[in-house]
Ligand binder design. Structure first.
Ligand code: SAH
Length: 391
């Protein structure tokens, strides 16, 4: 089995690897990658080597507030401590395999994740904000009918460091000043993978994104998007405070079972109850975003819009209509613009907030649902192979 990562199918807009002064990842070693430790874990590690816990805070600031990955440059640490850090830890970003830039400013990075595998991270600049779309798994097991990541199945979960380092890498590549100018204002778990199926790594990663000594992103600027793993929606609420997006795509179980197969395990009634619990008792502005991919002749009729309005009526909800992004061998087509407008009109007529997502990065296959990574030694595990109910 080859351990090489294919990059030959990238279009001509690719720019060479190791641009922007990024160093290639050092050779793998047994050292702990600090991108994988949230503040509490880092303090514990430091206590373990006889260091004061607040040293952890200093080091996090170097890494996340100043973009420094070299212990030698951490000038407020003693020479002795720097030497000891170097012996046990690394700050190791992922290796860049390819970068593409869209005419609309969207940028996509293909990042090497271990042997023979890669994930994709996408930056989408918009008026007054910059959203980074990150991956949580290599591939995905959810098997949604209209998603190209689904076609490769799940290879493995990303670890905390692999999730967090995507943000660090992008911030660095975008050339922003880590301290003042925030190029990345929002992070969304809408890249490859089902974040709630990788709950154990997701939570510490979110803590680092939101920590004042980490990326310092405010709570609602981190969005977890899920196909609907109900028990983990409750656990997410207990663990962290983030925005929630649900990949709904259908207002009834029959259709949703086909489009989003996890619905067979957690049907709509259970999902909607979990969404109610998620917003209950929070500040009045918190709503759940319901993503709804617009598939021509499948889920885009005015009758289904009325059903959707009924389903969401009385809930703190916002619907985000996503024009379907096609990929090779898909049986679906994008809804006509008039159908999308009519659908949104029905929702608004019933007092449901509805927006249509502008498609971005289409020319570089960076649009929603087009992220596939380049995985050779894949195991192709699917939903049916993986127990997702928690005991
Ligand atoms: N697994 C998570 C996050 C990744 S998908 C989830 O399901 O939410 C991010 C969003 O892109 C989801 O709403 C997903 O349904 C949508 N999506 C997937 N494939 C798409 C496609 N081909 N066109 C448009 N949106 C798509």
């Amino acid at each position: 089995m080859s351990s090489e990562v294919q990059t030959d199918s990238m279009p001509a807009v690719s720019v060479p690897v190791a641009k922007d002064g990024l160093r290639p990842a050092p050779a793998a070693s047994g050292a702990t990658n600090l991108f994988g430790l949230d503040r509490l874990s880092l303090r514990e590690q430091f206590a373990g080597i006889g260091e004061k816990p607040w040293r952890a805070d200093q080091i996090m600031q170097w890494i996340y507030r100043r973009g420094v990955d070299d212990f030698a440059a951490m000038s407020n640490l003693s020479r002795d401590l720097r030497a000891r850090l170097e012996a046990s830890f690394v700050v190791r970003p992922p290796q860049l395999l390819a970068e593409q830039r869209s005419v609309d400013g969207t940028r996509k990075w293909v990042l090497r994740i271990g042997e023979g595998q890669a994930i994709e991270t996408v930056f989408i600049p918009d008026k007054g904000r910059g959203t980074l779309c990150i991956s949580s798994q290599v591939g995905c097991a959810m098997d949604c009918a209209f998603c190209s990541t689904a076609q490769q199945g799940l290879n493995r979960n990303l670890d905390v460091a692999e999730i967090v380092a995507q943000v660090w890498f992008a911030a660095k590549a975008l050339g922003g000043d880590f301290q003042n100018e925030r190029v990345i204002s929002n992070v969304v778990f809408m890249g490859m993978g089902e974040p709630l199926a990788n709950y154990g790594a997701l939570i510490p990663a979110i803590r680092i994104l939101q920590d004042d000594f980490g990326f310092g992103l405010s709570k609602r600027r981190v969005t977890v998007s899920t196909s609907g793993l109900v028990p983990f929606i409750d656990r997410l609420r207990e663990a962290v405070d983030t925005a929630l997006a649900i990949s709904l795509h259908a207002p009834d179980d029959t259709l949703r079972n086909e489009l989003v197969p996890i619905n067979r395990k957690y049907p709509l009634a259970e999902l909607m109850d979990a969404c109610r619990r998620y917003t209950a008792g929070r500040d009045h502005k918190m709503h759940v975003v319901y993503e709804y991919v617009m598939l021509d002749g499948v889920n885009d009729s005015p009758a289904l819009a009325r059903d959707l309005a009924r389903l969401l009526g009385g809930m703190p909800a916002k619907v985000n209509l996503i024009p379907f992004n096609p990929f090779p061998q898909t049986r679906f087509r994008r809804s006509r613009p008039e159908a999308i407008e009519a659908f949104a009109g029905v929702l608004r007529g019933k007092n449901i907030l509805a927006t249509t997502r502008r498609t971005r990065g289409e020319d570089i296959d960076a649009a929603c649902g087009q992220l596939v990574g380049k995985v050779l030694n894949k195991q192709k595990r699917r939903l049916s192979d993986i127990p997702v109910r928690v005991a």
